[in-house]
Design a binder for this molecule. Structure first.
Ligand code: ACO
Length: 150
């Protein structure tokens, strides 16, 4: 079961840093986000952060699973939990962005029903001090995906 992390609790940066390059980048959204965690044996093993964008729209700003536990279906479970939470809270859509070379992420997000609707051109070139590589390809653009909530 996921649960909302209390505001006074330490932010699980170790996990968040799997999904985002720097603490500075994470700090741009994490203090305005609700952080949901999944625990096993009193240890946080996965996380996602939801930020309200407008009355209608909420964004998954970060989603990460402990490296040793990836590929076991936890990420997919978390995405479905995030979608259900967004529905319960009355949002009309949920959005998520990922790097253009993030093949696994693009696959996974579309598998749970997200569709590509926009590209933020040069996002990773303009917002990060160092080049970022994924699957041997330099990240340049942010691919935005959306799922309508009915
Ligand atoms: N290429 C294509 N598909 C792959 C690959 C790959 N290299 N590796 C795994 N997959 C597939 C799996 O087969 C599975 O699909 P299936 O159910 O059809 O078999 C799916 O991708 C993975 O599903 P899960 O096991 O549910 O995913 P996981 O628990 O590993 O969580 C996550 C996915 C969150 C992306 C995790 O791998 C992770 O933490 N990665 C590092 C951080 C990250 O990149 N986060 C997302 C950044 S974008 C953002 O945060 C908004």
């Amino acid at each position: 079961m996921i649960r909302l992390l209390e505001k006074e609790k330490p932010i699980p940066y170790d996990l968040l840093l799997l999904a985002d390059e720097t603490i500075e980048a994470i700090n741009k959204y994490i203090h305005q986000s609700d952080i949901y965690v999944l625990e096993r044996d009193n240890r946080i093993i996965a996380v996602f952060a939801l930020q309200t964008i407008s009355n209608d729209t909420v964004e998954i700003k970060n989603i990460a699973v402990d490296t040793a536990l990836q590929g076991q279906g936890i990420g997919q479970r978390l995405l479905k939990d995030a979608i259900n939470l967004a529905k319960e809270k009355g949002f009309k859509e949920i959005i998520i962005g990922t790097g253009d070379a993030g093949i696994q992420q693009l696959y996974l997000y579309q598998k749970v029903g997200f569709e590509i609707y926009d590209i933020k051109h040069r996002f990773f070139l303009d917002n990060y001090p160092e080049p970022i590589f994924e699957n041997g390809i330099q990240l340049k653009h942010m691919v935005m995906l959306r799922k309508e909530l009915k």
